[in-house]
Design a protein. Structure first.
Ligand code: NAD
Length: 552
């Protein structure tokens, strides 16, 4: 750390703020700049490396990276790490640990503040273009993803400062200090495909707190993860602090989690994978030098619950945006809705069906597109299967969509079912696609309390949720009955769109360890406290007055 700056002063981290999102209206200056970047990325086949101890390694069996809305288009290739490369990544993380842990915290934080400015400036277009083309996000969805990455860095810098500020009191004659140490060993970060921001956040959160990391990004978003890794380096992150290895999540995690210096897992992805990783930690528990920290933010089955006093127009907007933006591939996407018959039959059904049928599905570089392709063929097939199962049920009526097309891209038409069976699989399981199921309840018969109990008990997940009502007593009752149903509950708003520093996300039950990504709670998981007491005037007599011998 030759370049460490030592300040004689109490350091204050710049106040965090949310990066303002640009509009990308057709022909706007930001859109014109982005068209050029989209053309540049489309015109290349990028050979992406592992980055281990600052070295780029290209060897390994290759995996093609394609555009989901045009799967014949190969955008790049990643190598699959073998055991030697995974071992090298672990060794590089362990080798960098001491000097990184001893780097003043404000120096570490400064790197990520520089990274935030690189996101909002120099790398913004490249982040958007790679996220759009490889993850099939529209202009708007890719822009809010990039903004969230900058927000994570700025809010986490602020949150880190808050943690370091937590110090014990020092009575007369003592000076007590809390040393917020990083963990001993390395942290494994495994990231999902659906947010470039989460991919950048999971390795950087432990790193900011003095840990070194092995990062396994999703192969379904590797193009944007490569941009994130380059901007970490450009911001000044020393070699070995974050080591990126591409390849099989199962193989990399099995090897890394069998290492005695495995110190923690920062995971976001599906509940099934997280449960498997937890078991792996259990099997290896006797090997570890310390109990590892296991952090996982996982699936969701997010409900919108409408009361008879709800504003139907606001409800319609929340359903359309909440369920179909980014093809429903958000952990907080709305996927089950409870609507009172009085609203449904007073025009809401007709308007909703008309709106869903009108959503344009297609190539995300076309401005009118609202719904792009789902991420891969496995996802398209899983959704096709769910649609067929639902169509076969007498309790389900298909109101819109219901078709999957795989010829050019993996397109699933925005699909709307209405069901008379509130405990059907469509009301319970996560599909991670543009599929919304509505249960119409008879508000003349069903008590609001009973409906809320049904909502709470239907699914194993507890991530996001929305309550729509104008009657305040109904809102209060819903907030009470649904207290453990969601880690993020929205009133008269859609369940998606958490804004860092304002609503940090995370949920309980099968949805995760609820460590509230982007908040001080999430950073707290990556430090291990050490109290230091200095006695300013050590006792010189070992006896106590009660013994009657003191001073003899
Ligand atoms: P996924 O679980 O398939 O993959 C996540 C990561 O785990 C990827 O890097 C993948 O390669 C790796 N992986 C896959 N199988 C593995 C295994 N057996 N062992 C170790 N690693 C393995 O999830 P995904 O499809 O990338 O993302 C979608 C899921 O993520 C959804 O369930 C969604 O709800 C969830 N998600 C949750 C949040 C949240 O904050 N709660 C946020 C985003 C996404």
């Amino acid at each position: 750390m030759a370049n460490t700056i030592v300040h004689n002063g109490t350091v204050r981290v710049p106040a965090p703020y949310n990066e303002p999102a640009k509009d990308y209206a057709p022909g706007s200056p930001e859109a014109v700049r982005l068209y050029a970047e989209l053309d540049r990325v489309k015109g290349e086949v990028r050979e992406l490396p592992h980055v281990i101890g600052g070295e780029r390694q290209f060897d390994g069996e290759k995996v093609d990276l394609v555009a989901p809305h045009n799967h014949a288009h190969v955008l790049g290739r990643i190598p699959k790490a073998d055991e030697k490369q995974v071992q090298a990544a672990i060794d590089a993380a362990l080798a960098a640990q001491e000097s990184w842990a001893n780097t003043p915290w404000y120096e570490r934080v400064a790197i990520f503040l520089r990274a935030a400015d690189l996101v909002s400036g120099k790398y913004r277009d490249e982040l958007l273009a790679t996220t759009m083309l490889h993850q099939s996000k529209t202009y708007h969805q890719a822009e809010i993803d990039a903004c969230e990455l900058a927000d994570f860095f700025r809010y986490n810098a602020h949150n880190a400062a808050q943690i370091y500020e937590q110090q014990p009191t020092s009575p007369a004659g003592q000076w007590n200090v809390m040393d917020h140490r990083g963990l001993e060993g390395f942290v494994l970060a495994i990231t999902p495909f659906n947010f470039t921001a989460i991919a950048g956040n999971l390795p950087s959160t432990p790193a900011m707190m003095g840990n070194t990391v092995v990062w396994k990004p999703s192969e379904k978003s590797a193009l944007s993860s490569d941009v994130v890794m380059r901007l970490f380096e450009e911001a000044g992150l020393p070699a070995g602090v974050i080591n990126l290895v591409h390849g099989s999540g199962r193989a990399i995690s099995e090897q890394a989690m069998a290492h005695e210096q495995f110190a923690g897992l920062n995971f976001t992805g599906s509940s099934a994978v997280f449960r498997g990783l937890w078991k792996t930690a259990g099997v290896n528990i006797e090997k570890y030098r310390a109990y590892p920290r296991l952090v996982g933010e996982t699936g969701g089955k997010n409900a919108i619950v409408a009361h008879s006093s709800a504003d139907p127009e606001a409800l319609l907007v929340a359903m359309v945006r909440g369920a179909y933006e980014y093809q429903g591939q958000k952990c907080t996407a709305a996927s089950r809705v409870y609507i009172p018959r009085s609203l449904w039959e007073a025009g809401l059904e007709t308007k909703l069906v008309e709106t869903v049928k009108g959503l344009k599905v297609g190539d995300i570089t076309e401005h009118e597109t609202y719904v792009g392709a789902v991420i891969d063929e496995v996802s398209a097939d899983r959704l096709a299967d769910a649609l067929e199962r639902a169509k076969a049920l007498a309790s389900h009526t298909l109101l819109a969509g219901g078709t999957v097309r795989k010829d050019k891209g993996w397109f699933v038409d925005p699909t709307l079912f209405v069901t008379t069976d509130p405990s059907a699989f469509t009301m319970k399981e996560e599909f991670f696609g543009p599929l919304l199921t509505v249960h119409v309840y008879d508000d003349a018969e069903v008590e609001w309390y009973d409906l809320l109990k049904l909502v709470d008990g239907t699914s194993e997940y507890a991530l996001g949720g929305s309550i729509f009502a104008r009657d305040h007593a109904a809102i209060t009752e819903a907030l009470s009955v649904l207290r453990n149903t969601a880690g993020m509950m929205y009133v008269n708003d859609k369940p998606t769109g958490a804004l860092m520093g304002v609503q940090s996300f995370g949920g309980g039950r099968a949805s995760g360890t609820n460590d509230k990504t982007g908040s001080p709670l999430a950073l707290q998981r990556w430090v291990s406290g050490r109290y230091i007491k200095e006695n300013m005037s050590p006792d010189l007599d070992w006896t106590y007055p009660y013994m009657g011998t003191s001073g003899n």
